[in-house]
Design a protein around this ligand. Sequence first.
Ligand SMILES: Cc1cc2nc3c(=O)[nH]c(=O)nc-3n(C[C@H](O)[C@H](O)[C@H](O)COP(=O)(O)OP(=O)(O)OC[C@H]3O[C@@H](n4cnc5c(N)ncnc54)[C@H](O)[C@@H]3O)c2cc1C
Length: 417
Amino acid sequence: MSRKILVVGAGQSGLQLALGLQSHGYEVTLMSNRTADEIRSGRVMSTQCMFHTSLQHERDLQLNFWETQAPKIEGLGVSVAAPGSHDPGPTQRAIDWVGKLDGIAQSVDQRVKMAGWMETFAQRGGQLVIHGAAVSDLDYFARTYDLVLVSAGKGELVSMFGRDASRSPYTEPQRALAVAYVHGLGPRPEHPDFEAVRCNIVPGVGELFVMPTLTTSGRADILFWEGVPGGPVDAFKGVKDPSEHLALTLELMEKFLPWEYARATKVELTDANGTLAGRYAPTVRNPIGRLPSGGAVLGVADVVVANDPITGQGSNSASKCAAAYLSSIVEHGDKPFDEEWMQSTFDRYWDTAQHVTKWTNTMLQAPPEHVLNLLGAAGQLQPAADRFANGFNDPADFENFFYEPAKTEAYLASLTQ
Ligand SMILES: Cc1cc2nc3c(=O)[nH]c(=O)nc-3n(C[C@H](O)[C@H](O)[C@H](O)COP(=O)(O)OP(=O)(O)OC[C@H]3O[C@@H](n4cnc5c(N)ncnc54)[C@H](O)[C@@H]3O)c2cc1C
């Protein structure tokens, strides 16, 4: 008899797991609080730029349905505004380079991907339940399933999972987030022949990420501000009107990042739901959730490790978590999914996730001198630019050249000998 698994939450991790388990012959029920159509016609949820390893997990499951349509992102660039240069007068760039990615990155609007994957899951015979699950529902269902996986993102169900204070240095949101999906953005004149994610850092103020995507109306670009709380970019809270949101996005670009604004003068929103604003505190949780009647459920991806999107890792981590959990489930065969197995399944994921959390939490701080030296040197040393860019695919590599001044110096010296 095939094993019965309940997956609660149909985002990157939940759908990838549900479809993966389904292809291995498990009897999967997927609970989603929205239908595919509601997701497709709803608000944007992320910027969801994914790098090689996580895209490969999707390819391995033959879920890369949009790979040929989505823009192929070949580079990742970093620009740093010269501190204070915007006050008064136009901002200067202290740093500006682009690194080449070893494998392409892609962003497929989650409205497109999750709606499409959910329909595929149902077409393949999966049981889809449209219901916003409460803890009491899970308490009831847990008894009839061999395993309950909670992949409901940062929503209310996280209350079942205790916060791991030792792995969560922040108790407050570290950035105010503001996203706008646009058509009509021009190329960066420095590399008109290839697509790149552009990270623009304004020290003390925040960051603007610009990235190509595939959305419901085809190719588009995303303008994504991360504002330091209380600073000039933390200005989107009361803005309800999407065109006002875009106007504010552009106004801040003109003030702080005129080189990005220069290619954005003709943009318009992709659709009335193409904007998003919010904030959350980065949080790592205990992986095992407690049900009122004593049963245990396993948390997946953002439920257990939610990092700030400053490093664009959440969807990547969700894909990596889904892939790791899928292997753990399949390898476990017919044995019971007890708490010991749950803990070791999470620990296996944490082996890679801990590097993402460490790097992301570091990037939320003002960069120390050795990091500014590294970013500056990457403008002259292409291998350093390429290595930093490829760190977005494998953040574990930052251990080797990023955190400790001595390692950064040794790395830079090795490039100039
Ligand atoms: C502004 C922004 C920009 C980002 N940019 C990037 C980026 O460039 N690259 C990157 O890799 N990551 C990025 N991320 C992070 C990424 O989007 C998330 O980390 C990722 O989507 C997490 O996947 P998940 O499967 O854990 O949860 P989610 O994708 O959040 O999916 C959870 C699903 O569960 C549903 N749900 C919630 N509660 C219930 C319930 N009670 N019952 C049933 N269903 C429920 C939700 O509606 C949702 O569909 C960004 C995030 C934000 C906010």
